[in-house]
Design a protein around this ligand. Sequence first.
Ligand SMILES: Nc1ncnc2c1ncn2[C@@H]1O[C@H](COP(=O)(O)OP(=O)(O)O)[C@@H](O)[C@H]1O
Ligand SMILES: [Mg+2]
Length: 246
Amino acid sequence: MNAIEVRHLTRRFGAFTAVNDVTFDVAEGEIFGFLGANGAGKSTTIRMLCGLLRPTSGSAVVGGVDVSRDPEGVKRRIGYMSQRFSLYEKLTVDQNIAFFGGIYGLSGERLADRRAFALDMAGLRGRESTLTRALSAGWRQRLALGCAILHEPPIVFLDEPTGGVDPLSRRRFWRLINELASGGTTVLVTTHYLDEAENCQRIAIINAGRLAAMGTAPELKAQFGGGAPQPTLDDVFLTVVQQGAA
Ligand SMILES: Nc1ncnc2c1ncn2[C@@H]1O[C@H](COP(=O)(O)OP(=O)(O)O)[C@@H](O)[C@H]1O
Ligand SMILES: [Mg+2]
């Protein structure tokens, strides 16, 4: 059973093709990593999968819903943490949770439960009244994740969630991703930190809008390691990008 099915997905902006004929599946409960340099087309792909941007051609089915036919239906079934900071900086921690809870139609006991969950997950107990802009980047990212999953979506899209976050907070964030996935949530996450991609069950490398390679980290290392004795994902990435440029 696939949570996400993408076929020949393409997005053009005028004459420029940002996402070019991309095809892949993500299984339920999988952590799927989307790896690529800046401008490769990661965010554009995610925005199409979240029902926020219309594909030029091709199709994507997310949680059983076609993103072109029913973008609103997709939005209800997913959580989305955008690349740019997605919280309201002038609101407190609690006000942000209440705001996003309202967007997702939560109230009463359910909202109280999910608020408690988000506070615990982010490690923000005791800081409910702190202004969001006063939090460190790591805390803000954990709060942003908590707010993105208040409605317990089965599929979550995280667009460079650890950008600009210190290494310890990055590790802590990845523990949260792993916990989500072990609870059955499907996670599609983009990053340009190659070490983070090791946490993904499968990795897709996107280069200049095209899906240039896909597989588990060991598979990619065997195929694109360039014969190094113990190839890293850095070696893989370099090989794939050079092949794409050739
Ligand atoms: N709304 C837009 N109009 C024109 N070009 C865009 C738009 N959005 C993205 N692009 C271009 O598409 C390419 C891919 O962007 P993006 O998907 O944001 O890459 P990534 O997230 O991998 O860094 C970039 O060259 C970017 O400038
Ligand atoms: Mg991006």
